[in-house]
Design a protein around this ligand. Structure first.
Ligand SMILES: Cc1cc2nc3c(=O)[nH]c(=O)nc-3n(C[C@H](O)[C@H](O)[C@H](O)COP(=O)(O)OP(=O)(O)OC[C@H]3O[C@@H](n4cnc5c(N)ncnc54)[C@H](O)[C@@H]3O)c2cc1C
Length: 485
């Protein structure tokens, strides 16, 4: 038992979200806190325990580790001054978006100053003819799409949570629409970044928002997925897409996981331009039925969505129906009306909470791996067997069109032995994905918990190259320390 408790503590999983150890790594001097206040104003600095604890965790199981102070800058000049101040005094800097991350990215493992960017929430520029927009870091994806509602354009990257767009840049987020519209990597045109010492970088050049470029190294790409370890993203120029003329959603159930995944592969091979293709296993469907009052079969299921003109949609739907039925699908049904579509996607987006409700009192841990799509059936079947062998309650769902899936594991916070099995399962799953030429994270990032898996994924030379890049931009190692590397 003592060993298990030690293992849990090493993994940093206790205590759970909502209560903190209260300890900080280093007290900030009174003079330093006054200097922070001089930059942003007294009302935008807090050292209150409750506020620090609120900023010491995200939505993951990683232990709350509060920063020593939280500040809310109002503009990029203040961010730059804060970075310069912290850097000159050797104080760690932790950028904070909306705290919906799932890998402990905002935990202040060495204390320091958390820079909460939510007050910078302006849409700075909207270039409708160029299909681009410039947003400050506090703008969330829902706020952007609300603003775009009557423009005929939208921003499709959708991680479910209403995350900040710059937080999504920082984690390389994606979600349900990635199979058609790409991830954040494909949808960021330019970034304004405050480097650790306070310098301002425009990764593609000041004010530029072109669609393609062959000019030099891809600095924009370097910051997508950098998880706050290289600088603070203070503005993002994003690519917009035409809003679809019409949308139709379909669901279909299958006799096996393999049949559902084979259908996915065949739909993609047939070049049906599906916008979303989501897999939910029998456990997830059972949970969604109960939680969202659906009446779907408790079986491996695909949720599909198609975008286009009415005529094109009818063809796409028919083709998908034929393919899924060839693979043994039953209960193929479709919905065009916004209300019914909304109900189905709301159920899908609530899957996390629906699964949590299966074992009241338990906490959830979401794994995240991605494999070449041809290896999906194999890893999904293995994962189901691993869950059984480990005696764990877990539901599988994912963005199968990209080969990306999650296993939502339920764990009793009072049971260190179960916690240990969850950790072992999660590492095994990461290694299974690597063995199948995949990655240990398709979208949640490395954060605190996957650093060992990253080493195994990219190898010694890959790690050393990343370390050198980090050391060049952040020689004192103060930008979000303890994450990624
Ligand atoms: C129910 C649920 C479902 C989810 N589903 C998905 C999904 O389908 N796909 C997916 O990709 N994610 C998913 N997520 C995870 C999460 O929403 C994403 O990781 C999101 O991108 C985090 O954004 P945030 O603003 O909340 O960032 P935070 O959690 O605040 O921060 C995440 C990381 O980014 C850094 N960071 C934040 N803002 C900045 C900035 N301006 N500059 C530099 N660094 C910054 C932080 O330091 C931290 O390391 C889900 C989360 C939940 C709770």
């Amino acid at each position: 038992m003592a060993n298990l408790l030690r293992a849990a503590a090493t993994w940093g999983l206790f205590p759970w979200r909502g209560y903190c150890s209260g300890g900080t790594q280093g007290e900030l001097s009174k003079g330093f806190v006054e200097a922070l206040k001089a930059v942003v104003g007294s009302s935008h600095v807090s050292t209150a325990v409750a506020v620090r604890e609120q900023h010491g965790h995200d939505e993951s199981m990683h232990r709350c580790q509060p920063p020593d102070a939280v500040v809310w800058p109002q503009n990029v000049e203040q961010v730059s001054q804060l970075a310069a101040l912290c850097y000159s005094q050797g104080v760690p800097i932790i950028p904070f978006g909306t705290g919906t991350g799932l890998e402990g990215g905002v935990c202040a493992v060495q204390g320091g100053v958390c820079i909460n960017l939510t007050h910078m929430d302006k849409i700075l520029e909207l270039n409708l003819e160029d299909f681009s927009v410039v947003v400050e870091p506090g703008v969330t994806r829902k706020a952007l799409n609300t603003r775009l509602r009557d423009s005929g354009l939208w921003f499709p990257v959708d991680p479910g949570a209403d995350a900040s767009l710059c937080g999504m840049v920082a984690t390389g987020a994606s979600g349900t629409n990635a199979v058609r519209y790409g991830t954040m990597r494909e949808n960021v045109l330019n970034l304004e970044v405050v480097l650790p010492g306070g310098e301002l970088l425009h990764t593609a050049g000041l004010g530029r928002h072109f669609r393609k470029s062959a000019a030099g190294y891809n600095l924009t790409g370097l910051f997508v997925g950098s998880e706050g370890t290289l600088g603070l993203i203070t503005a993002a120029t994003l690519r917009l897409h035409p809003a679809p003329e019409a949308t139709v959603v379909a669901t279909c159930a299958f006799p096996s996981v393999r049949a559902a995944v084979d259908s996915t592969v065949h739909i993609l091979q047939a070049a049906v331009p599906v916008a979303r293709i989501e897999f939910l296993d029998d456990v997830t469907m059972d949970a969604c039925n109960k939680h969202s009052q659906l009446n779907c079969s408790v079986a491996p299921t695909l949720f599909l969505e198609f975008h286009g003109s009415e005529q094109v949609l009818a063809e796409q739907l028919q083709r998908a129906k034929e393919i899924t039925q060839d693979n043994g699908a039953f209960h193929f049904s479709s919905a065009k009306e916004a209300e019914e579509r909304g109900r189905l996607w709301a159920a899908r987006h609530s899957a996390w909470y629906a699964v949590l409700a299966l074992r009241p009192g338990c906490k959830g841990y979401s794994t995240d791996v991605c494999v070449p799509i041809s290896r999906l059936p194999e890893i999904l079947v293995q994962t189901k067997e691993d869950l059984k062998a480990q005696g764990l309650t877990g539901a599988i769902l994912g963005h199968v069109g990209d080969g990306n899936f999650h296993c939502l594991l339920l764990v009793d916070p009072e049971d260190p032995e179960e916690l240990h099995r969850v950790k072992a399962f999660s590492e095994l799953l990461g290694r299974r994905a690597l063995a199948l030429h995949g990655t240990c994270t398709g979208e949640h990032g490395i954060g605190l918990g996957k650093r060992q898996l990253l080493q195994e994924e990219v190898g010694a030379v890959g790690m050393e190259t990343m370390r050198r890049l980090k050391a060049m931009l952040d020689p004192r190692g103060l930008m979000n320390p303890g994450k990624v590397l």
